[in-house]
Design a protein around this ligand. Sequence first.
Ligand code: PRP
Ligand code: URA
Length: 211
Amino acid sequence: MPNSKITIFDHPLIKHKISLLRDKNTGTKDFRTLIEEIATLMGYEALRDLPLENVEVETPICKTMSPMVSGKKLAIVPILRAGLGMVNGILALVPSAKVGHIGMYRDEVTHLPHEYYCKLPENIGERTIIVLDPMLATGGSAVDAVTLIKQRGGQHIKFMSIIAAPEGLKLLSETHPDVEIYCGNLDERLNENCYIVPGLGDAGDRIFGTK
Ligand code: PRP
Ligand code: URA
């Protein structure tokens, strides 16, 4: 799937932490911590082109103009519920970023996404937007979330998932070729219930301790 807009991470720390996430014996507390830590590690790379602005700083020697990240120009948009788990990991890097929310759930039978909530920061068209969801399975939720953001004026959109299936990566990159996609790992396939194999199970349930 050669596409310059897709980044699949090969950093050993990300690989190590994803293996811990996959383990069915990893409990809620550790699972949450790992999701956050992986989001921070991935965010470091995904935010490489963040806009900078020169601000005046006074060093012990003299005044100078020095570049700083303008958090006002960034919007983080988790897809509820599981995307929420990644928010603090990104805010650790850019604490003043604005946060929007998109609520989506997958129908258990059809596996199609249904939107139930959308609230985005103001001036969304002027911001770099990072959509967060740990799981990119069929890609339906990601595609619909990006479409919704575009309908509301969003233009510069990145999508970050911790685990992706080839099916979801293909659908998202073909439907929204302008979107930069960052995946912690590309897994093998989907199973008959559209869960990622080997995956990590249901991310929302594992983050929030439901089920
Ligand atoms: C999960 C996950 C994604 C979606 C991925 O959410 O967090 O949003 O499934 O599947 P897709 O790529 O096939 O659309 P789910 O619908 O289970 O909702 P939840 O986060 O509230 O549990
Ligand atoms: N959603 C999840 O949480 N896990 C999967 O494997 C697929 C969709």
